[in-house]
Design a protein around this ligand. Structure first.
Ligand code: R5P
Length: 272
């Protein structure tokens, strides 16, 4: 059994190989002149494929690797397409169901980290969904911060992170004042003079964090940073976040980028 790294997760694959003491396989990814992808795994027929799905090519690479192997488990640290987890408008494809069918056709087990929703997870039969909030919390354990969830729906996540950081937590609540006015404010705690960390599962366009940060600064927060599991950071989201006064972006390595300051290799290694 070897670790089979995909182009989307080379560093995390290496870290998982180190924490589990599992060798990395010899894999070739090539592109033909017409753009088609080619993969080859040499010297092993069973392995653990490690690759996040942030692009269509990432999904194709995993599908090809599954075909090349006789027995495989897949680690998909960031499961893309999970936000289209149901039919919102008549005629739509349920994208994550298609992804689940492709992955589960041949894989023995699929391991992911904080999949977008329970509904997305429900399309899989062999999925193990890990929670990165404890490792995110531990990262902040030596700092005096206040963790805030940008909405009530994410409260369970911030609670777990804060319990491992041993810090205060709260969530932003929307209160309708009248037909035209909505007030957003932390439910219980005063943020004045505090170093606040907004905790979310995904930062994509950055819109959610930017709105929350605006409010927190208005209420007197000393600094506002953002932490998340999956730094999708679509387009120029990072720039927009910094322009909005976000002091730092701290993400895990489910999507490898400059903000991957926390590793999920340990929790994945334990789950394998
Ligand atoms: C929502 O369900 C998620 O928890 C995130 O808050 C959301 O995906 C963030 O997206 P964006 O960065 O585009 O506001």
């Amino acid at each position: 059994m070897k670790i089979i790294p995909c182009p989307s997760s080379p560093l995390l694959a290496r870290r998982i190989s180190e924490t589990t003491g599992t060798e990395i396989a010899d894999v070739t990814f090539k592109r033909f002149p017409d753009g088609e992808l080619y993969v080859r795994v040499e010297g092993c027929r069973e392995g653990v494929i490690v690759g996040s799905i942030t692009t269509n090519d990432d999904l194709i690479a995993i599908a090809f690797l599954l075909d090349a192997l006789d027995d495989a488990r897949i680690v998909v640290p960031y499961m893309g397409y999970a936000r289209q987890d149901r039919v919102f408008k008549e005629g739509e494809a349920v994208s994550i169901r298609v992804v689940a069918n492709i992955l589960e056709r041949k894989a023995r087990e699929i391991v992911t980290v904080n999949i977008h929703s329970k509904q997305a997870a429900s399309h899989f039969r062999k999925l193990k969904d890990l929670d990165a909030m404890p490792v995110i919390g531990k990262h902040f354990s030596d700092r005096d911060v206040l963790m805030i969830s940008p909405d009530k729906g994410s409260v369970e996540r911030v609670k777990v992170a804060a319990s491992h950081a041993n810090c205060d937590w709260d969530y932003l609540e929307k209160t309708r004042i009248d037909e035209a006015t909505v007030e957003i404010a932390p439910k219980n705690l005063d943020v004045e003079g505090r170093d606040v960390v907004i905790v979310d599962d995904i930062i994509s366009t950055g819109g959610t964090v930017i709105e929350a940060a605006k409010k927190l600064y208005e209420l007197g927060a000393k600094s506002v940073s953002a932490t998340c599991v999956h730094a999708v950071l679509a387009g120029n989201a990072a720039l927009r976040l910094f322009n909005a006064g976000i002091r730092d972006i701290i993400a895990t390595d489910t999507i490898e980028c400059a903000f991957s300051k926390i590793s999920v290799a340990g929790i994945i290694g334990e789950a394998l």
